[in-house]
Ligand binder design. Structure first.
Ligand code: ZN
Length: 292
């Protein structure tokens, strides 16, 4: 299928209480694992890209990989830009064929975050792509920014309402609800009452950041409360490295590179499939596309 924008499919996912997995791609093999894993389970999927990864590969190769692989499968695939505070990169993604982008102004004071997010919103709306925007500080490392877990700031409810009212066509909203990027040092403390209050007041699907390391029960509770986009980055990176190195341990004398790449692919794809099953999006490709 041609690439799709994520807003409509996230709205359908939210109303039917399943989550759509959003994996941070690394290279061609990783995109292959994400899209094939979703296709095998007939699930909608989001391939998202960090600005660091765009700086490494460039806009066009990434867009070409994702578009060409998406065209070989029958499930909806969205190409999304993860955490970005640079409007020029956002414009570059849109020009290269991304179908949604995230503007992250969460480190700014509320008024400034809203003003800059609104600028990104206007750019995205006029290009017909979806926008994700964030309030509060999600803990851990996101690209160059580090937020200590204990210092992570929960989103303020009144600000969430005001923020979303200013951008009613937001594809997905990311309020900080206590999750963090990276592996959790302790038990993640998710602010479920805040999440429920937000979804009760705001008619926009919610993004759950910092998915790596949450329990099945935590995923289910967040998805039941309105989290329709579930981000997985750290575990995917881990599988990328361990899948490759694990083949060296199994076959110490292997001298052909392709089996390493295949082992890496299988390791990443297994995690993609596990997450899709946990998020309840298996068999939901037609539903997410609005054909069911
Ligand atoms: Zn994030």
């Amino acid at each position: 299928m041609p690439l799709v924008t994520m807003g409509p499919m996230l709205k359908r996912a939210q109303s039917a209480l399943y989550g759509i997995a959003a994996f941070n791609m690394i290279d061609y093999n990783s995109v292959r694992a994400i899209i094939q894993g979703a296709a095998e389970l007939d699930a909608p999927i989001i391939v998202q890209v960090s600005t660091k990864t765009i700086r490494f590969w460039g806009f066009k190769p990434i867009a070409d990989w994702v578009r060409s692989l998406a065209e070989t499968v029958q499930v909806p695939v969205a190409l999304h830009l993860d955490h970005c505070s640079d409007l020029e990169i956002i414009k570059g993604c849109i020009a290269a064929g991304w179908t949604s982008v995230m503007f992250d102004g969460s480190s700014l004071p509320f008024r400034e975050n809203l003003a800059r997010s609104r600028q990104a919103y206007d750019i995205a709306m006029s290009a017909g792509v979806g926008l994700e925007a964030e309030i509060g500080a999600i803990g851990g490392v996101e690209d160059d920014k580090f937020v200590a877990e204990d210092a992570s700031i929960l989103a303020d409810f009144d600000e969430c309402v005001k923020f979303c009212a200013a951008m009613p066509e937001l594809a997905v909203f990311a309020p900080a609800i206590g999750t963090a990027h990276g592996f959790y040092a302790g038990e993640p403390k998710i602010a479920y009452p805040l999440l429920e209050r937000i979804t009760g007041a705001v008619d926009i699907p919610i993004a759950l950041h910092g998915g790596t390391g949450l329990s099945e029960e935590q995923f289910h509770r967040c998805i039941a409360a309105g989290c329709a986009k579930v981000n997985i980055s750290t575990m995917h990176k881990h599988r990328f490295i361990e899948g490759f190195l694990g083949w060296r341990e199994q076959k110490p004398r292997e001298s052909e590179p392709l089996p390493f790449i295949q082992a890496q692919y299988e390791a990443m794809k297994a995690d993609v499939r596990d997450m899709i099953r946990i998020f309840g999006s298996e068999g939901r490709a037609a539903h997410a596309s609005g054909k069911d």
